[in-house]
Design a protein around this ligand. Structure first.
Ligand SMILES: Nc1nc(=O)c2c([nH]1)NC[C@@H]1CN(c3ccc(C(=O)N[C@@H](CCC(=O)O)C(=O)O)cc3)C=[N+]21
Length: 288
């Protein structure tokens, strides 16, 4: 038996069509959702993601402004850019591409973004609201994973979800979202002893490690759902995940590919968050 493919590309396409239709509705009120993307430095991978976001925005009828700076930018300069974007009524979402150069304190910068425009869901207020299940922009990658599970009728309730990775942007929040859907959640990380002992108990395995093809069939319980959040280059420079996709086929029940799995969902959820922000703004500024 081979695992079923979780087709992030196809699901993201459906979500983007829905976003586009709502963008058209907003256009009748003369509101165009606007996303500001701030990129500091010349990281070529970052530039690719950022261009992808811009292209998607424009395809859906939204605005996207790229603010690109050299890696010598000071923290103060970045904070004043954010201040301007916070006060710009044409901008509904602000995304500061991470990582930032070392002279800039990421926490300070993220905290300076107005929570109403925090479409990445990284602001401490967004994180706090997410933790207690209150209305907040959800971080795009974890939210995209939850949408994928729902789309394939994979209900986390009562399942054992094992998350490998504890970053603030993927590992920690995906564990919380799975917990809110009544999964039993185990977090593993670089200091976990005997990783496979844990992962072999996972009904749902989330791999966010950052090591190419690290997870093979020996880590996987027969019938498990395997979600690959990795974005690595293999020995030939080809994009690949944290999971050895071919090797787990006979063991897993469902698996996400890389590319075409979680990545496209991340972008779709960013578009959805930006649209939602613009929709909220339209309610607040409606003439009486
Ligand atoms: N503030 C911030 N927010 C982010 O959301 C953020 C960030 N910083 N820094 C970098 C990571 C990475 N990230 C990706 C998004 C989409 C794909 C994606 O669409 N990947 C395609 C392949 C793209 C390709 O071919 O290179 C796929 O998996 O099919 C990948 C990676 C968002 N990030």
């Amino acid at each position: 038996m081979t695992a079923k493919l979780i087709d992030g590309k196809a699901v993201s396409q459906k979500i983007k069509i829905q976003v586009q239709q709502r963008v058209e509705k907003l256009a009748q009120q003369e509101i165009i959702p606007g996303l500001a993307v701030v990129l500091v430095g010349e990281n070529s991978a970052s530039l690719t993601y950022v261009k992808n976001k811009k292209k998607t925005c424009e395809a859906l009828g939204m605005r996207s402004d790229l603010h690109q700076f050299p890696d010598t930018l000071t923290e103060q300069e970045l904070l004043s850019t954010i201040d301007e974007l916070n006060n710009d009524s044409k901008i509904h979402g602000i995304l500061v591409q991470l990582p930032l150069p070392k002279q800039i304190d990421e926490f300070k910068v993220i905290s300076a973004i107005s929570p109403e425009k925090d479409v990445d869901g990284f602001h401490p207020i967004s994180v706090g609201n997410m933790m207690i299940g209150k209305d907040a922009f959800l971080p795009c990658t974890p939210h995209g994973i939850m949408e994928l599970l729902a789309h394939y009728d994979i209900d986390p309730a009562g399942k054992h979800a094992v998350v490998i990775g504890r970053s603030n942007i993927v590992g920690k929040p995906i564990g919380q979202l799975l917990l809110q859907k009544d999964a039993t959640v185990t977090y593993c990380h670089s200091k976990t002893k005997d990783l496979a002992e844990f992962t072999k108990q996972a009904d749902i395995l989330i791999a966010a490690i950052g090591r190419a093809k690290f997870i093979d069939h020996t880590f996987i319980k027969p019938g498990a759902v395997v979600i690959d959040v990795g974005m690595n280059r293999d020995e030939n420079g080809k994009l690949c995940g944290d999971v050895d996709f071919e090797d787990v086929q006979e063991t897993a029940s469902f698996v996400t590919p890389v590319p075409g799995g979680v990545g496209p969902m991340t972008i779709a959820m960013l578009m959805d968050n930006t649209l939602q922000s613009a929709e909220k703004g339209s309610v607040q500024t409606k003439p009486e």
